[in-house]
Design a protein around this ligand. Structure first.
Ligand code: G3I
Length: 362
């Protein structure tokens, strides 16, 4: 029988629960001890399924818009502004006590057909108006914004490796600095991020995009543009070569310039791993574990975001359905399975967060 005094002093709680009574270990709590924010991208899948939303509530500290803030979703037609999905994320985060990260304000990919038909002058007007209206709507409420996503894509064969698309066609590479300056003038609080793909690997893509991104960052810094963080997406590809010391040096280089680094879209493409589920999950966890152990040793890294939480809603499922990867089997790139059960990847991530905590205490 627990005494009234024990109830009042809280001694009852420690009598009933184990020593780690602060709550069960989650990705968010392990990350927080390591000085990291852990988040995940979120979309209507979580709002249509309360068990999935519960997983976000339990395991994350930050909600990141997946598609809701992209230009083509916000503005399917010139006279339609569809803020509802993005508002839902911001409202859910407020209700659940989470941070919000906006992805992504300006991207040359996935532009709607109507935008591509405009003249350069009209595109510039749409660009400025878009930033003002979208950043303004959430000003003061976001932890950070991916202001520009994936500026480089050498496969587009533009001089300088720039990704082609309406913004680039209208303004050339100047669109990047213009976006940062305008976003800062509307929301001086959000950390303004330049987000890029592929830099994590040591294959042809990684090696070609890394120096391009570093050069752009140097130019933005030299011109005094308001740039606060670099997002390295880190959609790990199982078949690509890696060079961890080089990547660590690359990440530390941004830190030396006073920038934060975000692992901003983490997941593991398991296409090159064995088909048997347990073996595949173990291989995914091993690759993620070694990647994180290396990159999280850099104090510049402040945030880890996975792209969704459950395999069931990974973008790789759509890619596999279209038979672009994986010979028809279902990709398992995330820390929770289709039934929201934790996978070895979750354990590997927690282990990497704990290793960083131990490293910081040394
Ligand atoms: O929901 C609609 C559905 O109603 C419609 O019937 C169907 C027809 O194609 O489309 C569905 O929308 C798809 C949407 O994902 C669902 O969330 C879109 O076609 C599809 O293009 C869209 O793909 C997104 C992709 O970016 C392009 O915007 C992925 O969800 C999203 O995870 C992915 O995220 C990108 C990051 O922004 C940048 N880095 C790479 C990352 C992965 O590709």
């Amino acid at each position: 029988m627990i005494s009234r005094r024990a109830l009042l002093t809280g001694a009852a709680a420690s009598a009933l629960t184990p020593a780690h009574a602060a709550g069960p270990e989650t990705l968010a709590s392990a990350a927080a001890r390591a000085g990291l924010i852990f988040g995940a991208s979120i979309d209507s899948a979580a709002f249509d399924n309360s068990a999935y939303l519960d997983l976000y509530r339990r395991e994350t500290r930050m909600y990141v818009s997946d598609v809701a803030l992209k230009f083509d979703w916000l503005r399917p037609a010139p006279d339609i502004w569809n803020f509802r999905p993005a508002d839902a994320i911001v409202e859910a985060a407020r209700a659940d006590g989470k941070l919000v990260r906006g992805h992504t304000l300006i991207w040359n990919d996935n532009a709607p057909a109507w935008l591509k038909k405009l003249s350069s002058r009209e595109i510039e007007r749409v660009f400025d108006e878009h930033i003002e209206r979208v950043v303004g709507r959430y000003a003061g409420q976001l932890h950070s914004w991916d202001v520009v996503n994936e500026p480089f894509w050498p496969m587009d064969r533009k001089a300088g490796g720039w990704r082609d698309g309406p913004w680039f066609a209208a303004m050339g590479s100047a669109y990047v600095e213009r976006a940062f300056r305008r976003a800062a003038s509307v929301d001086p609080k959000a950390k303004l991020t330049l987000n890029e793909a592929q830099c994590d690997n040591d294959g042809d893509w990684g090696r070609s995009i890394r120096p391009l991104l570093r050069g752009l960052v140097d130019r933005l810094r030299d011109s005094g543009a308001p740039l606060h963080a670099i997002g390295l997406q880190s959609h790990l590809q199982s078949e690509f070569p890696r060079n961890y010391p080089d990547f660590r040096t690359y990440v530390d280089g941004f830190g030396a310039k006073g920038l934060e680094v975000y692992i901003s879209e983490f997941d593991v493409n398991d296409a090159a791993f064995p088909s048997e589920t347990a073996e595949r999950d173990a291989a995914v966890a091993a690759l993620a574990g070694e990647f994180l152990a290396n990159v999280l040793a850099s104090p510049a890294v402040k945030l880890v975001v996975t792209w969704q939480l459950s395999d069931r809603y990974s973008w790789y499922r759509e890619v596999a359905r279209k038979r672009l990867i994986g010979l028809g089997r279902k990709p398992r790139p995330l820390p929770f399975d289709d039934e929201f059960r934790p996978k070895p990847l979750r354990a590997a991530m927690i282990q990497a967060f704990e290793a960083r905590t131990r490293g910081a205490k040394k």
